[in-house]
Ligand binder design. Sequence first.
Ligand code: K2U
Ligand code: NI
Length: 184
Amino acid sequence: MLTTKDIIKEGHPTLRAVARDVSLPPSQDDIAILQKMMEYLQNSQNPEISLQYNLRPGVGLAAPQINVAKKIIAVHITDETGKLHSYTLFNPRIVSHSVEKSYLTTGEGCLSVERDVPGLVPRYARVTVKATNLQGEEVKLRLKGLVAIVFQHEIDHLHGVMFYDHINQQNPFQPPEGALPIER
Ligand code: K2U
Ligand code: NI
């Protein structure tokens, strides 16, 4: 199982690399990588397991964070309405997005960043994502709210972008014009 030591931290060059497309249909190796990433998220949200292995809770993980520069992400989050959003995806890309912005009112963190970075992170309020799932099927997801923010955070990782790259350095807590606040 993946644990905290398998997650690379700030300063590691792979976090700033542009990840490669996964060739499809996915190989057994790539399938295993994705399954381990989802297992980490589920373990990190399990009180007993996360305590036993000292795992930081995560709702998303991108392969570059385990030093695999490939376009692979996992998302496992129960949203504000109590709906579980659980996705294991190859080659995810944002194909369209709203003009309207949103932001997580608590700011963002990152499993690869072991410090608090204060400030609001402007995101698109709604995104449409296309990807290939574990079964090799093309999926099209229309996302909003917290799960849309998580997807943008993870897809950023595939382009070597960290959440704090988006923070307004002049006024970190200035909400983007007309943006929708999203509570955690
Ligand atoms: O990619 C990662 O480092 C995992 C992050 C994803 C994330 C952080 C902030 C905002 C959106 C996504 C971890 O899940 S940080 C822990 C966390 C838990 C619940 C809600 C937000 C962040
Ligand atoms: Ni992150």
